[in-house]
Design a protein around this ligand. Structure first.
Ligand code: K1U
Ligand code: ZN
Length: 173
């Protein structure tokens, strides 16, 4: 089986890989809450679980509308779907190791707020408010960054980013 098809089956939706320019597109607000949107969110969850991630943003699967999916639970049985999320930072700044399904094999510490307020919409368009802390808060910030075309490596020093990009150029796909 050709490599591309095998990957697609394994992950349901193909995940864009840095430095793909489509990862830099700013996602649009979702305006239509329909079956198509619900189906897209389900596919994103399946893709995230298959890829063993704790989150996934629409941007990463070339869907440029403001949808993110997350599951930070140990049993992988607590999916969260957020549409048009907005966050308010209300915690302390902490350093945490992050990774990204669009930059496999790269992990580094990023400073983020350990507590946030989230205003969003559910997949049916109803309003949703929540407070998040710890890994969930960090993951939501990482995914919201994706919706604005920002990658976690953008939070690192330019020297670190340069080293990572040089390393990625050398690594065969
Ligand atoms: O958006 C993504 O690329 C998914 C990403 C989310 C994320 C991981 C870590 C901190 C913040 C956000 C991943 O799921 S990367 C793979 C992963 O499961 C992981 C990596 C490092 C620490 C914890 C989990
Ligand atoms: Zn990511």
């Amino acid at each position: 089986m050709p490599q591309g098809i095998a990957n697609q089956k394994m992950h349901h939706l193909p995940i864009l890989q840095h430095p793909d320019r489509r990862l830099r597109i700013k996602a649009s607000l979702v305006e239509h809450f329909d079956e198509k949107l619900a189906d897209q969110a389900e596919k994103m969850l399946a893709t995230m679980y298959d890829a063993k991630g704790i989150g996934l943003a629409g941007t990463q699967v070339d869907f440029h509308q403001r949808v993110i999916v997350i599951d930070v639970s140990e049993n992988r049985d607590s999916p969260i779907k957020l549409v048009n999320p907005e966050i308010e930072l209300i915690g302390e700044t902490v350093s945490n190791e992050e990774g990204c399904l669009s930059i496999p094999g790269v992990y580094d510490s990023v400073k983020r707020s350990d507590r946030i307020n989230v205003s969003a919409q559910a997949i049916d368009g109803s309003a949703l408010e929540m407070e998040a802390e710890g890994l969930l808060a960090i993951c939501i910030q990482h995914e919201c960054d994706h919706l604005d075309g920002i990658l976690f490596i953008d939070h690192l020093s330019s020297l670190k980013r340069k080293r990572i990009n040089e390393q990625l150029k050398k690594t065969p796909e």
